[in-house]
Design a protein around this ligand. Sequence first.
Ligand code: HEC
Ligand code: HEC
Length: 338
Amino acid sequence: MIKKKIFFIVLCINGLFASMGDELVKKALDSGLKPIPTGRELEKLTGLDGISKMQIELGKKLYFDPRISSSNLISCNTCHNLGLGGTDNIPAAIGNKWTMNPMLINSPTVYNSVFNSSQFWDGRSAHLKDQAKGPIQSSAEMNANPKIVIEKIISIPEYVIEFKKAYGNNVKIDFDLIADTIATFEKTLVTPSRYDDFLRGNTKALSKDEQEGLNIFIDKGCVACHNDINLGGTMQLLGVVKEYKFANVGGFKGNADGMVKTPTLRNILETMPYFHNGQYWDIKDAIKEMANIQLGDEISDEDSKKIAIFFESLTGKKPDILYPMLPTQTTNTPKPSF
Ligand code: HEC
Ligand code: HEC
């Protein structure tokens, strides 16, 4: 009899929890959070429909090929390490000749960057293709001259064959196409997680603590800026209520209107240190600073911890990436310069 009663109570609690879960799903969707779509819908959104496997594989090689840089030492993967959440886990990016980014800017993750409506901390690129041309040429990053990048690729017969296979025999290998091909690979770097299952109605996908954290995240108003598929990706004011504590480190002030690209919160527990100049290593401190400067809210240690627990559900499944063998260069290949 007692057993039956306990069983009944457990059932009720479970039922209550499930219906709370359903309510939270609705609340999350109503507040503008969206799951990563699947199948055809995802292909369309990322621009991968009609893209061949050859193009993606070629883009992957270029992404990992350090010979794109003038020194032959720095690849996209140096700063956007796909084994480290798509970042480098250092405060300010370091590139050519051990040069630190002049504004002490932190490398953002490349995972899910396809869902951002703006790229770069100041939003100066809208598309990944535009974006890829920047770091290749930037003196603080790969420091390469586009002409020499093209000469390097054309001097490597296997690359030429692969470009032909990917785009047809008449392909013109120019800087645009190289950037475009790298961007194609980047579009495959999406990382769905349990959180997406939850938003699709599987209320068991998030633990009770994670659901509680999500609820606080919504109630506090973080979703005003961290919304849509990426929980970020749009330009927003930084320091709405108070100035960011480390605003002076590096001197980055956002775009002409003082707006900063809201980073995605997907895989956030892998991409420390935080903020555009990488000043916070502990996610709980980053959350408190955000609440303070963006919402004027002194958030408790407890609430910050709960939001951090919710963030665990945003760590996504990475695509399987086999490190590519890169085609051998020839005596015609331009030599590295330092
Ligand atoms: C030396 C380190 C370094 C290298 C090498 C590098 N990046 Fe970056 N990347 C950065 C930094 C720093 C930023 C932010 C720059 C800014 O906002 O001004 C960035 C921004 C980006 C972004 C924008 C993401 C976002 O959310 O705004 C993408 C995408 C990206 N890089 C892809 C690439 C690709 C592709 C390559 C190779 C062609 C590459 N990066 C090479 C450091 C690097
Ligand atoms: C008014 C818009 C806005 C609101 C509200 C907001 N954020 Fe942010 N968030 C941003 C912007 C913009 C940045 C980038 C700041 C920077 O580094 O310059 C950011 C950065 C972050 C980062 C660091 C990400 C990284 O990769 O470095 C975290 C974590 C974060 N926000 C969490 C939160 C939480 C939690 C809340 C609610 C308590 C919140 N944010 C509220 C706009 C907002």
